[in-house]
Design a binder for this molecule. Structure first.
Ligand SMILES: C[S@@+](CC[C@H](N)C(=O)[O-])C[C@H]1O[C@@H](n2cnc3c(N)ncnc32)[C@H](O)[C@@H]1O
Length: 363
């Protein structure tokens, strides 16, 4: 049976309307606690070694599961993650997720929560929820609402949550995990029947629909280099966002709804909303470029830091170049876990009760 794929819907949050029209005006300026017996679990309060970050090339990295996450956990990167959270909200019309979860949702898990802003906002918006955010790094705020807790935990280890969840969320985990089938199996096993999983992600290669980013540009080369390096380091980036749906289906999720958006690299689009989104994306990219590139290039490709810095000068120029019409393809997938007791047929109204009964622009 074909799964419904929402590739197009209305509103600022959905811009996969085909090609984005470039602006030709050159004058523009622009508390679900884990089993504490489990060795894979550490809480920030009991393990000071977790706070002893490792330094490399002037940046700090998680010391827990050292080397497994390729991107820094320092203030510069954390500020960028906070700004990126705002970009997500902007591109989703202020929504934290698209899955039609009930307002009184209970147990919620945010895997790879980063600085925890999504989890904080979620706990605020859904006061009935008990939200748990997990991450390799304890970079989350200490003062949080009573319905939110953060745990240092490795999503690649076997999950030891005592209770199952009503909603599991993961955002921007591309490049974090090596075994996606294992991740989705654990998501499936840790959801209650009828509960939702939602992923929000991006991927490489960078998109370009009109040939304005030929392979000779530094930006196109950066995109290929990152793919090659992350593959060598077993943290694949290539087409990961658009492979989530297939991985979810392989784990047993059905009728996965997929929504794709384009985040323009800079202010090149004509459309005002996309132009604004592009401005935010450009700042995000310029701030994150060194962080994204350092470990993959030095560890994966064997580059010296100086060689990388010289290369990034040209990449930054391309990121700002409004004649290069490139974008990040961002995708979002959600599905709920059906009970075995429900006999599903394609036209069973219960099958789509949450999803298709809603107008697309309300998703
Ligand atoms: C790009 S950040 C995204 C953070 C957050 N989800 C957001 O959207 O702002 C990826 C996060 O995943 C975390 N991470 C990477 N590998 C992980 C793992 N194996 N287990 C738990 N967290 C992990 C990193 O420490 C980092 O904070």
């Amino acid at each position: 049976m074909a799964s419904p794929t929402l590739a197009i819907c209305t509103g600022p949050q959905s811009n996969l309307q085909g090609r984005i029209v470039p602006d030709t005006d050159d004058g523009y300026s622009s508390s679900n606690p884990l089993d504490s017996e489990d060795e894979s679990l550490y809480t920030a309060s009991v393990s000071s070694s977790i706070r002893a970050y490792r330094e490399e090339n002037g940046r700090t990295y998680s010391s827990f599961k050292e080397g497994s996450y390729l991107f820094p956990n320092d203030e510069t990167e954390n500020d960028r993650l906070d700004m990126q959270h705002a970009v997500f909200l902007r591109s989703l019309g202020g929504k934290l997720c698209l899955a039609p979860i009930p307002k009184d949702v209970q147990d919620v898990l945010d895997i790879g929560t980063g600085t925890g802003l999504w989890a904080l906002d979620f706990a605020d918006e859904y006061p009935s929820a008990q939200v748990t955010g997990t991450d390799l790094s304890p970079i989350q705020p200490s003062y949080v609402p009573p319905n939110l807790s953060f745990l240092v935990d490795d999503a690649e280890a076997e999950w030891r949550f005592r209770d199952k969840f009503d909603f599991i969320h993961g955002r921007m985990l591309t490049g974090s995990l090596g075994d996606w089938d294992n991740f989705y199996r654990q998501c499936y096993d840790n959801l209650k029947p009828g509960a939702y999983l939602e992923m929000q992600d991006t991927q490489l290669p960078l998109g370009c629909d009109d040939g304005t980013m030929p392979p000779t540009t530094a930006l196109a080369q950066w995109s290929s280099n990152m793919i090659e390096a992350c593959k060598k380091l077993n943290r694949p980036f290539h087409d990961i966002g658009s492979s989530h749906k297939a991985h979810m289906e392989a784990a047993g999720f059905v009728d996965v709804v997929e929504v794709e958006h384009k985040w323009p690299m800079n202010t090149w689009p004509k459309d005002e909303e996309l132009k604004q989104l592009g401005a935010w994306t450009m700042v995000n990219m310029l701030q994150g470029l060194a962080a994204f590139s350092l470990a993959p290039s030095t560890r994966g490709l064997g580059w010296e830091r100086e060689k990388l810095e010289r290369f990034l000068v040209d990449v930054r120029k391309d990121v700002r170049d409004r004649k290069i019409h490139t974008y990040w393809l961002r995708s979002q997938q959600f599905s709920n876990k059906f009970t075995n007791s429900i006999t599903r047929t394609p036209d069973d109204p219960r099958f789509f009760r949450h999803i298709c009964s809603q107008p697309m622009n309300e998703l």
